[in-house]
Write a protein that binds this ligand. Sequence first.
Ligand code: SAM
Ligand code: SF4
Length: 317
Amino acid sequence: MKDNYGREISYLRLSVTEKCNLRCRYCMPEEGVCQKRHEDMLREEEMIQAVEAAASLGIRKIRITGGEPLVKKNIVSICEKVSQIEGIMETCLTTNGTLLPKLAKPLWDAGVSRLNISLDTLDKNKYKYITRRDELDKVFEGIETALKVGYKRIKINTVLIGGFNDDEIADLANLTRRYPVDVRFIELMPMWDNVEFGPQAYVPCSRVLEVLPELTSIEKGDGVAQLYKLPNAMGNIGLISPISSHFCESCNRIRLTADGKLKPCLHSSQEYSIKGMNYEGMVKTMQETILAKPSCHVPLSAEEHSEAGRSMNQIGG
Ligand code: SAM
Ligand code: SF4
């Protein structure tokens, strides 16, 4: 279905939980999330019905996210059901990777076709600092297991953080020579609650091009990243610049949170609840959500914060 600005909306980001086994400083408070009542969260059947409703309106790609989707007990069953819904061409999942050693194979068998794995540093101590957990080895074990079970072109997502990992750009990019993976650098978004990451933490993606002049530009795919490649690399380098050059004009997505709120725009507090609705209600509310998509989000910069009104772990990125 098209929105009011002629954009074809074909992509739903489905957050299945707000919980996570890490505590990334820019995403989640140390004490974790404030527990919502179980009955206020979407049940598995409601999530599946919501995806069916979305598919009836032309959604073709689902990205399962969270919180950390792999801490959800019934995640394999959710993925299996989503990937079998008529009209859904791609079921993708974004994870911190720590539980992939155990779950990569079941997810592959359940029909999850693409994996994005978040990784901000290659240094054990820095990983421990930024995530407040000591799990870096598990992430690498997870990447290797996922490659072994058949995943192709895994994307490693790295949020660029000034004074934290801007000295590791070359090492992180080198992962595309070590493994057949793409590495994507993403500008840190100023969410309303990550104010401890002030202007000094914002690093534009153009820094990657300064550090790696040997990168050659390659044709842009259908995603939001500008694509480049290192000589002799197996995978690509992607630059995702939500701050320095937003991609609202080609935005093709809506979001559904784990507590059943449809979001027309990541950076707006506008939400439409589908909790407790039947299929017809969900279709109608999804149409309203698509038609409520703004032409562009609020201005974002090191000083101007998102108006999402939720933490990233409660939205799903
Ligand atoms: N737990 C999973 C993970 O970490 O991949 C999925 C959910 S997480 C919220 C999705 C993505 O959002 C991660 O790649 C994370 O690094 C990114 N993210 C979180 N807060 C962000 C921010 N303020 N700016 C840019 N990316 C952010
Ligand atoms: Fe968890 Fe992902 Fe947020 Fe890190 S970025 S705290 S792994 S939800």
